[in-house]
Ligand binder design. Sequence first.
Ligand code: NDP
Ligand code: BG6
Length: 484
Amino acid sequence: MVSRVIPVDPFDLVIFGGTGDLARRKILPGLFRRFRAGTMPEESRIIGSARSEHDDAEYRQIVRDAIGEFGGDEKEDKAGIDAFVERLHYVRVDAKGDDGWKELAGMMRDGIIRAFYFSVGPSLFGDIAERLNRFDVADDKSRIVVEKPFGRDLQSAKELNATLRSHFREDQIYRIDHYLGKETVQNLMAIRFGNVLFEPLWNNHYIDHIQITVAETVGVGGRGAYYDKSGAMRDMVQNHLMQLLCLIAMEAPSQFDADAVRDEKLKVIRALQPVDYHHLVRGQYDAEGDQPSYREDAEDPRSFTESFIALRCHIANWRWAGVPFYLRTGKKLKARSSEIAVVFQDLGHSIFEGDEKRHRNILAIRLQPNEGIDLQVTIKEPGPGGMRLIDVPLDMTFADALGPEAEDVPDAYERLIMDVFRGNQTLFMRGDEVEAAWAWTDPIIAGWEARGDVPKLYEPGTAGPDDSAMLLHRDNRRWRDIKA
Ligand code: NDP
Ligand code: BG6
């Protein structure tokens, strides 16, 4: 397999919050990998910006340290790092005041793409957007990249959209959901729309139900203050799991372009039915040994925020009527494992005498780790003894099938940032999509708040609270095992 480097036009990327955690952990190491891959044209520059006082040399050292701490194998490339940091500059800017903006405007160059990454708290998004225009830092072709969380409910998302749109056109706004940049998430579209095999079966005539699981082993330690105001519903379901659901459930777009794909995703979100509280389970991880409980991590002994959620939802359209979608995500679970499992219906009638087991085809798409596809099929158990049937996996691990280069793919952030320079919004959320997702999420949250719902405690290292298993047992179904 030959890895292809698709160059982009020269750019100036300004990272507001260029000294922050996200910039150091993801954005800058990712940009270094793209630099090494040859995707960053000669004239391009990265301009870090924050309130603290630094000169270029100090900022370059911050970035060297970040690559050393968060980079992969590439951190050993000392010559590469030396060359990369030459592209870096720093300007002190106060998002809430007027300091630094004229200097930043003076650095901008005509004929070069200008992109502005808002890697700061959401309360600063509006201030930065307004100053980018007022000080003529942005031009008509500039792009802004906006981090999550995009609002905390429908009202705040609408306000944020209105603020951003008062300064930039929708085609200049790139709302990040890093799940859309993951290789296997994009593979979902390739599997569905690049094969003749699955599409005819992709509906309520053949599919019994769908499970979407995003399980993590980490807790919220270190991020407790943010997470406790958010919880698994706002942090994961409203955005990442919603995007997975859309890609699994949407109709084929007429072509693979930004608005065609996003139009189809929007239809799915708008067709989502309200979730009945009987079909919703919230959990909080307990302490284990010397490991703190959720409430200790969140530093609130009375917190009712969920670190786990499982729910059943339905999409009211012809394709999916009657097919439950089970979603679950949580922290401190037994393994880091994300997958989508499409569970097909029973055969209906078996011609094999004595075969009483329920055989089902299951298409499991493993998003991380160990990315691949696994199709469970029924075959004859080898050997004598009559027609005994067993279920076996037709397993395709991408790394085995495609070789080491399958692992050498850009990380989600690198890919998405490069798409910003290419002007490709397909893997970014449109404003109406985000609002529709909140419009579905808000009543669910309002419902549990009104009921005074208390999350169920669960032991770390398990699959979450027992009630989560019950959610499926009641429907005569069961979750797939969470395993790495
Ligand atoms: P940090 O608190 O680590 O960094 C915030 C950055 O903003 C710092 O560089 C800070 O520098 C700068 N800043 C703060 N106030 C101002 C101001 N008034 N003017 C200019 N710069 C300012 O936050 P994170 O990096 O963790 O998060 C940034 C954004 O990314 C948030 O929206 C977050 O929700 C999102 N995000 C973060 C993830 C992560 O893993 N960290 C994951 C997903 C999303 P200084 O104090 O010097 O000004
Ligand atoms: C972030 C959430 O958006 O996604 C985190 O805020 C979560 O809570 C993370 O841990 C998961 O991302 P990934 O790429 O590790 O699956």
